[in-house]
Design a protein around this ligand. Structure first.
Ligand code: GH3
Ligand code: MG
Ligand code: MG
Ligand code: MG
Length: 302
C-alpha cells in the first residue's frame, strides 16, 4: 500500500493490447504501470506483495469478465481496499450502475477523452494515497511508531484463525519496563518518551519473520505476537529481546539492573484451537510477566 511520496503503481487490465498501449502512453510519465490481459492475471497481481494503488479494468474479456474480477477483488480482504476504475465500451446506464454497485469508484466509456482519464486517475490515485496514510496511522502508535493496541487485537484475531486452520502454535511475549515511574520522576517525562522510543526500536530490530509483530500494549508495556512459534522458540526470542534492551545501556539511577533500564518479560505459547479465546494467550503471557515482576524484575518467566 502506498503511503509515501513515491510514484504510485497502476494496473491496467484489458484483453486488447492496443487499448493497453493507449493507456500506457497516457499515464507512463506519472505512474509506474503494470498490465494484465485477463481477470485471473489481474487478481494474481493485485494479491501479490507488490500491490497496485489503482486498477483500470475493462469489462468484456474472455474468461472472467471485469464485473466478476471486481467482485472477487472486493470480496478478498487483501485486495478490497484497491480502487477499481472501469474503462469500457459498454455505455448504457444499467451497465454503469452495475459497475458502481459492485464497488468500482468510477466508470468511463470508450472512446474516452485522454485529458479526462488523466484527471480522474489523478483524483483516484490521490484518494488512495490518503486512504493508505489514514489506515497506517490508525494502526500505528504515535510515540514509538510500532503497531498500536488496535492493530494487535485485529492481528491476534486473524493470526489465531489461521493458526486454528493449520493446527499451528502461536506465541506471545508481554514486556514491561522496570521501575519506569522512577525513571520519569528522575529524568523527566520527555526523557521517558525517548526511552520508550529506543526500547520499541530495539524490540522491533529483533523480529525475524514478516509475520512477527511488536505492539505498544499500554503506557510502558509492549506485546509481541509470534505466529508459528512454540514455547521454546518464544523463550529464545524473549532472551534476544531482553539482551537487546540491556544493550541499549540507557542510564537509570533507580533501576534494579546495575543502573541501566531493564525489562521484565512473560512468555506463553498455545496450540490454537477453535473454541478457545485468543485472549487466553495474552492473559497467560501477562500472568508470566507478573511472575517476572514479583520474583525480582529484569528477567523472563514462562
Ligand atoms: P514496575 O517495575 O513494577 O513495572 O514499575 P513501574 O514504575 O514501571 O510501573 P508503574 O505501572 O508504577 O508505572 C508505569 C509508568 O510508566 C508510569 C507512567 O508515568 C509511565 N508512562 C506510561 N506511559 C508513558 C509515556 O507515554 N511516556 C512516559 N514518559 N511515561 C509513561
Ligand atoms: Mg475487452
Ligand atoms: Mg506497566
Ligand atoms: Mg513498569
Amino acid at each position: 500500500m502506498d503511503t509515501g511520496s513515491q510514484r504510485q503503481t497502476i494496473l491496467i487490465v484489458d484483453d486488447e493490447p492496443a487499448n493497453i498501449r493507449i493507456l500506457v502512453e497516457l499515464l507512463k510519465d506519472s505512474y509506474d504501470l503494470r498490465t494484465a490481459t485477463n481477470g485471473e492475471k489481474a487478481i494474481a497481481i493485485a494479491s501479490s506483495d507488490d500491490q497496485p494503488d489503482l486498477i483500470l479494468l475493462d469489462i468484456m474479456m474472455p474468461g472472467i469478465n471485469g464485473y466478476e474480477t471486481c467482485r472477487r477483488l472486493k470480496a478478498d480482504e487483501r485486495t478490497s481496499h484497491i480502487p477499481v476504475f472501469f474503462i469500457t465500451s459498454r455505455n448504457n446506464e444499467q451497465d454503469e450502475l452495475e459497475g458502481l454497485r459492485i464497488g468500482a469508484v468510477d466508470y468511463i466509456t470508450k472512446p474516452f477523452s485522454p485529458a479526462i482519464i488523466r484527471a480522474r486517475v489523478r483524483t483516484h490515485a490521490k484518494l488512495a494515497r490518503f486512504q493508505g496514510i489514514l489506515e497506517q496511522q490508525s494502526y500505528t502508535d504515535g510515540l514509538t511508531g510500532c503497531a498500536n493496541r488496535r492493530r494487535l487485537e485485529e492481528y491476534l484475531a486473524t493470526a489465531w484463525v489461521s493458526a486454528c486452520r493449520e493446527g499451528a502454535s502461536l506465541a506471545c511475549i508481554m514486556i514491561d519496563l522496570d521501575h519506569f515511574k522512577a525513571f520519569n520522576d528522575f529524568y523527566g517525562h520527555l526523557a521517558g518518551d525517548d526511552c520508550l522510543r529506543q526500547v520499541a526500536h530495539a524490540l522491533q530490530g529483533q523480529m525475524q519473520r514478516k509475520t512477527d509483530i511488536v505492539a505498544r500494549y499500554g503506557g510502558e508495556e509492549f506485546c509481541c505476537l509470534l505466529p508459528g512459534t512454540d514455547l521454546e522458540g518464544a523463550s529464545l526470542m524473549a532472551h534476544k529481546l531482553h539482551e537487546a534492551v540491556l544493550a541499549l545501556q540507557i542510564p537509570h539511577e533507580e533501576s534494579s539492573a546495575g543502573l541501566i533500564v531493564s525489562i521484565s518479560l512473560g512468555v506463553a505459547a498455545r496450540q490454537a484451537q477453535t473454541g478457545i479465546e485468543p485472549d487466553s494467550l495474552v492473559k497467560a503471557a501477562d500472568m508470566a510477566l507478573y511472575a517476572a515482576k514479583t520474583s525480582g524484575r529484569n528477567r523472563i518467566c514462562l
